[in-house]
Structure formats: structure tokens, C-alpha cells
Design a protein around this ligand. Structure first.
Ligand SMILES: Nc1ncnc2c1ncn2[C@@H]1O[C@H](COP(=O)(O)OP(=O)(O)O)[C@@H](O)[C@H]1O
Ligand SMILES: O=C(OP(=O)(O)O)[C@H](O)COP(=O)(O)O
Length: 401
């Protein structure tokens, strides 16, 4: 685990004129017109960058956006430059690549206090493979490394882990430290009953976390795209809803494990189904066991909202990652907004509420309730893995970890 020493290391580092490779998580939601719909992750990255600017460092920012397969214009980081520049109060330069000669020239031209944003590091498949040669190329751009990408700290990728082997010192940024300080404390000894709410669409990467969560929580509520794999495992028809066919066996095991552990695992009893994946789809509420052929579940229904809300009343700590439905479409935002309101309400009554994840936080911001929560985390998967008790590779790789 990174300790206060890591921040000390950043504060003690000689930064004047030094090229600093800063991994940030600028994986923000964008709409169809490439407009940022929630800038939480950009704002969260600002304190470390401003500190580096103020100390005369030459800042090379690196991030991913989405899960592109190769170079994909839709996943370019260019639309973020105006907002980043505005927040930093300087003109941020943008590179068309993240390695190579053009990037080296732009780095060489950086003045003290200047900021260069590299293009999406996931445009190279070597990033997620944690390819050492690619990590070396990234590292060759700079003199030292700062990891402030808490949201990606659970990934052992070239820009989060590999690069630390070639860049010393490698230290945590302020956001990384703040997240760890809060989350490690909050989840090591949570006030009980402790509930986790897991939804969203990253089923295959988050379903595995559920097994360990069953060791920690008293109540586990599942919604969003996560629920249909569990429905199908129980023999329900799911129409054209999001399902991970190869996780059906795991879902069955998890249902059994919850029972044997005495964990109350709750699935929505009703679902809002749609005839297409669109804002103007026809929709109706059906029982969980009654999803019609070729319809897809895009939100939890009113009965589920009621049951989940009543259950949450009894808790003392709640961690939530993953929206309950496709909240980006008004018609399917009801479940997510109701749960957000419930958590805000409970927070005022003294329940500890932690919301993590790019889209979950966007949903809570959208209804203006972020300020009511105890902690808004920039990491969804990362906070769940911390809660599991796992060491995060991006943190472990730092010098003072
Ligand atoms: N029933 C569903 N079917 C498909 N996608 C869903 C469903 N419910 C929620 N989602 C989608 O899940 C996405 C967020 O998932 P995820 O990335 O796991 O959350 P976070 O970013 O908070 O960690 C949202 O874009 C939302 O539209
Ligand atoms: O959005 C993210 O994770 P999250 O949705 O779990 O919060 C991070 O940027 C990590 O992205 P990834 O899950 O594609 O590695």
C-alpha cells in the first residue's frame, strides 16, 4: 500500500525543469458529439498537475479513454484539451501519439511548468499487455514518474505498472493518496451492516470481485447489466439483455456461496425492458421472470427500487459501483436516480456512503447529489478491488509502496 511517504516523495522531489510522466485517469464519459458529460476525473487530476506546474516541472500527461481496439478517433483524448486547459489556466499541448519522434519533439519544446497531453495510450495493444518495450518507450520521455490514476490502479498496464521499472523515482500523486487514505480506512473496518451495490456494464471484469465481496459484506445488491447473467443462471429468459454466457457457472456458484455465508444477495424483482437500445425505445415493466423474447432489460423496476431502499435503511456503510440502468437515457435513469437519492438521504442520517466509478459518479453528479455522499471515488473497479483486500498493481509498483 502506498503510504504518506509517497506523497512526501512527490513533495520532496526535485522538480524544477524535470520531465515528469504523469499517469492520470481521464477516462470521462463523452456523448455522441464528443462532449464531456461529467468532468469529475479531470477536476480530480488538477491538484497534482498544478503542484507540478508550480514547481517548474515539464508535465507529460498520459491516460486511456474507453477500451479502443487500435487507433479509434472516437476514443481520442483531444476533446478533453479545452476543459483541461481551462481548469489549469494554461494552454495544454496535445500530441497525436503517445510515443515516437513527434512526441519527443513536443516534450523537448515543453517549457518549465508546461503541460503536454499524450494521445490515448490504449491505441497501442502493448499498453494492456504491459509490454516491456512499450513501457521503456513511454519511460524514455521523462525523468520521473507520478501515478495519479487511482481509477486505473487495478490494471497492471505499461503506463501504470511497467513504466515504473524504468523511471525512478515513481511516486503517488495527491489524488491517488487521497483515495487510498480514505478507502483503506473506510473499508478495512466498516461499520456494519455493510452493503455493496454492484451494477454497470463491465460484467466480466467485476463479477469476479463478487466472490470476495461475499466475505466482507452483509448485503449485496445487484443491478444494471450485472443482473441478467444471474437471472439466466437461475433459468430465467433474458431476451436480448446483456449476458456473459461464460460466467453462468460462476453466477450459480456465487448465488450458492451467498446462501451458505448468510449474505443477503438481492437481485431486482422487476425490470424495465425496452424493444431497442435507444433513448426513444418502447418500454414496459415486467417481473424478473417475464422478460419477453428480443426485449432487453435497461433498468430496475419500481418494486426492486422499493425493496432495495427498504433494505438499505438497515445499513451503516454502503459502497456503490455501477449504475442500476442505462441512466444516459432519461427513460432508464429512474432506478439509478432513486438509489442515488436513497444514499444521499441515508448519508444525512449518518450512514457512510461511498460511490465509485466514472459512470456511477456521473450519474450522481447528474442529479446534483455528489456533495451529499461521504466519498466520491474516481475508481469503480479499483475501489472494489481495494475492498476485496487486493493490492493494486499500480500502487504496489511505486517506490514507497
Ligand atoms: N441493463 C443494462 N444494460 C446495459 N448497460 C447497462 C445496464 N445498466 C447499466 N448499464 C451501463 O453501465 C455503464 C456503466 O458501467 P461501469 O463502467 O461498470 O460503471 P462505472 O463507470 O461506474 O464503474 C453505463 O454506461 C450504463 O449505461
Ligand atoms: O473507468 C474505469 O473503471 P471503472 O468503470 O471501474 O470506474 C477506469 O478508467 C478503468 O478502465 P477499464 O475498466 O477499461 O480498465
Amino acid at each position: 500500500m502506498a503510504t504518506k511517504k509517497s506523497v512526501g516523495a512527490l513533495k520532496e522531489a526535485d522538480l524544477k525543469g524535470k520531465k515528469v510522466f504523469v499517469r492520470v485517469d481521464l477516462n470521462v464519459p463523452l456523448d455522441d458529439n464528443q462532449k464531456i458529460t461529467d468532468d469529475t476525473r479531470i477536476r480530480a487530476a488538477v491538484p497534482t498537475i498544478k503542484y507540478l506546474m508550480g514547481h517548474g516541472a515539464r508535465i507529460i500527461l498520459s491516460s486511456h479513454l474507453g477500451r479502443p481496439k487500435g487507433v479509434t478517433p472516437k476514443y481520442s483524448l483531444k476533446p478533453l484539451v479545452p476543459r483541461l486547459s481551462e481548469l489549469l489556466g494554461i494552454k495544454v499541448e496535445m500530441a497525436n501519439d503517445c510515443i515516437g519522434e513527434e512526441v519527443e519533439k513536443l516534450v523537448a519544446a515543453l517549457p518549465d511548468g508546461g503541460v503536454l497531453l499524450l494521445e490515448n495510450v490504449r491505441f497501442y495493444k502493448e499498453e494492456e499487455k504491459n509490454d516491456p518495450e512499450f513501457a521503456k518507450k513511454l519511460a524514455s520521455l521523462a525523468d520521473l514518474y507520478v501515478n495519479d490514476a487511482f481509477g486505473t490502479a487495478h490494471r497492471a498496464h505499461a503506463s501504470t505498472e511497467g513504466v515504473t521499472k524504468y523511471l525512478k523515482p515513481s511516486v503517488a500523486g495527491f489524488l491517488m493518496q487521497k483515495e487510498l487514505d480514505y478507502l483503506v480506512g473506510a473499508v478495512a473496518n466498516p461499520k456494519k451492516p455493510f452493503a455493496a451495490i454492484v451494477g454497470g456494464s463491465k460484467v466480466s471484469s467485476k463479477i469476479g470481485v463478487i466472490e470476495s465481496l461475499l466475505e466482507k459484506v452483509d448485503i449485496l445488491i445487484l443491478g444494471g447489466g450485472m443482473m441478467f447473467t444471474f437471472y439466466k443462471a437461475q433459468g430465467y429468459a433474458v431476451g436480448s439483455s446483456l449476458v456473459e454466457e461464460d460466467k453462468l457457472g460462476l453466477a450459480t456458484t456465487l448465488l450458492e456461496k451467498a446462501k451458505s455465508k448468510g449474505v443477503s444477495l438481492m437481485l431486482p424483482t422487476d425490470v424495465v425492458v425496452a424493444d431497442k437500445f435507444a433513448a426513444d425505445a418502447n418500454s414496459k415493466v415486467v417481473p424478473a421472470s417475464g422478460i419477453p423474447d428480443s426485449w432487453m432489460g435497461l433498468d430496475i423496476g419500481p418494486d426492486s427500487i422499493k425493496q432495495f431502499s427498504e433494505t438499505l435503511e438497515s445499513t451503516k456503510t454502503i459502497i456503490w459501483n455501477g449504475p442500476m440502468g442505462v441512466f444516459e437515457f432519461e427513460k432508464f435513469a429512474v432506478g439509478t436516480e432513486a438509489i442515488a437519492k436513497k444514499l444521499a438521504d441515508l448519508s444525512e442520517k449518518g450512514v457512510t456512503t461511498i460511490i465509485g466509478g466514472g459512470d456511477s459518479v456521473a450519474a450522481v453528479e447528474k442529479v446534483g447529489l455528489a456533495d451529499k455522499m461521504n466519498h466520491i471515488s474516481t475508481g469503480g473497479g479499483a475501489s472494489l478491488e481495494l475492498l476485496e483486500g487486493k493490492a493494486l498493481p499500480g500502487v504496489l509498483a511505486l517506490n514507497d509502496a
